[in-house]
Design a protein around this ligand. Sequence first.
Ligand code: ATP
Ligand code: IP8
Length: 246
Amino acid sequence: MDGISVVKLGGSVITDKSVYRRFRLRKTQDIAANLRKTGDRMAIVIGGGSFGHILSKRHGIPGAITPDRIEAASAVHSDMLDLAARVGRVLSGSHFKPYIFSTSSMIRNGRVDCTPIGEYIRKGFTPLLFGDTYISGGRIEIYSGDRIVLDISQNLKPDMVAFLTDVDGIYTEDPKKNHDARIVYEVGNDEGIKATGEDATGGMRLKLDMLVRIRKYSRHVCVLNGNHPERIALIGKPGFIGTVIS
Ligand code: ATP
Ligand code: IP8
């Protein structure tokens, strides 16, 4: 395609969300190789998975600042930096030039200042950002990777935005909880979709809200299964398996 893309690597794909800090190296390598084949320049955002959500939930983050939460937020931030470093090494192995931005250092007036991202992409880097904890007033908050994708999209107006999760796309309801759930190939708004969110940032519920908003800034927004990374090649083409936001 040779355009500019923003790709969210969901924590449900690159980590095992049920085991603290378990990284899926081989899966991430497969995804990186398939992203490389697109020829696109891109920014990559990683979600929390088991590096972000387990400790956050255990210590009640987001929440008011307490000594316990300060310790936990520091640990979550370090864990996310570690996850970003691991993903960065995988991307380098696929000949990207990743450049990690620490999200909490880029928050200005309640949102991520994405001004440098476009410049780094144009110079040949692949900016890599991650969902993160940050301080706001008397609270410790979480800045979701999904929200970062919205901020970058607003700034860059990318040709394509793709969210990789561990299911085929958006379903009528959670496919892991109800086997009658059906995939919805085209979504215009979030009406008629039951989305549950059990992680620290609201899971699929927040994602749906973000997807609809991101569509204003990009012609092609989709959700696909990162466990089948060969599907990346079919984004925007006939035969694509996943959900397109219309
Ligand atoms: P992270 O936030 O760690 O980056 P992620 O972005 O990969 O994770 P989740 O927030 O875990 O993804 O959302 C994906 C999960 O949402 C799926 O594993 C699925 O079980 C669940 N889910 C709930 N409702 C739906 C729905 N209507 N359609 C599709 N998946 C849903
Ligand atoms: O998984 C949350 O980002 P998300 C990151 O994209 C943390 O919602 C630190 C839990």
